[in-house]
Design a protein around this ligand. Structure first.
Ligand SMILES: [Zn+2]
Length: 140
C-alpha cells in the first residue's frame, strides 16, 4: 500500500470522527507490518480532556488486535498545513515506532516524517530504571 492509498483510507475513517465541540475532524490509518490497516478518529467528550485523538485511537485498535510493528501512519484533517500529531500522540508513537508518518490535509498537501523528526530527544523506556519489561507488567 502506497502513501496515497493510506491517506485515502485515513480520509475514509475521518468521516466517522466525533468532533461536536471543535468541529475539527481527524482521521488516521495505521499500516501494520502484517499488511492490515487500522483506523482511528478523534472522539471528543463533553469533558474535554477525556477525548482521544485519531492517532492514539488507531494505535489502540491495532494493539488490541495483537499488532506491535508498524510500517506507516497517515493522518488527515482539514488543516491549513498537513495535520501534525499533538505532543501526546507523538509520545505514544515512540512506544510503537512507525517507519513513516504521513501528514496530510484535505487540500492534498503531504509531508512525510520519521518518528525522530516528529519528536526529537524523546522520552522512552531506555530512560526508566533497568528492569525487565514484559507483557505481564502491562496488565491493569
Ligand atoms: Zn493527539
Amino acid at each position: 500500500m502506497n502513501d496515497n492509498e493510506l491517506i485515502a483510507r485515513a480520509a475514509e475513517f475521518r468521516r466517522h470522527a466525533y468532533a461536536p465541540y471543535s468541529s475539527f475532524a481527524v482521521g488516521a490509518a495505521l499500516l501494520a507490518r502484517s499488511g492490515r490497516v487500522y483506523g482511528g478518529v478523534n472522539v471528543e467528550n463533553a469533558s474535554y480532556p477525556v477525548g482521544i485523538c485519531a492517532e492514539r485511537a488507531a494505535i489502540a485498535a491495532a494493539v488490541t488486535a495483537g499488532e506491535r510493528e508498524f510500517e506507516a501512519l497517515a493522518v488527515i484533517a482539514d488543516s491549513p498545513a498537513p495535520c501534525a500529531p499533538c505532543g501526546m500522540c507523538r509520545q505514544m508513537l515512540m512506544e510503537f515506532p512507525v517507519a513513516r508518518i504521513i501528514l496530510a490535509n484535505t487540500e492534498g498537501a503531504v509531508r512525510v516524517l520519521t518518528p525522530a523528526e516528529l519528536l526529537p530527544h524523546a522520552f522512552g523506556a531506555a530512560a526508566l530504571p533497568t528492569k525487565e519489561l514484559s507483557d505481564e507488567n502491562t496488565d491493569c
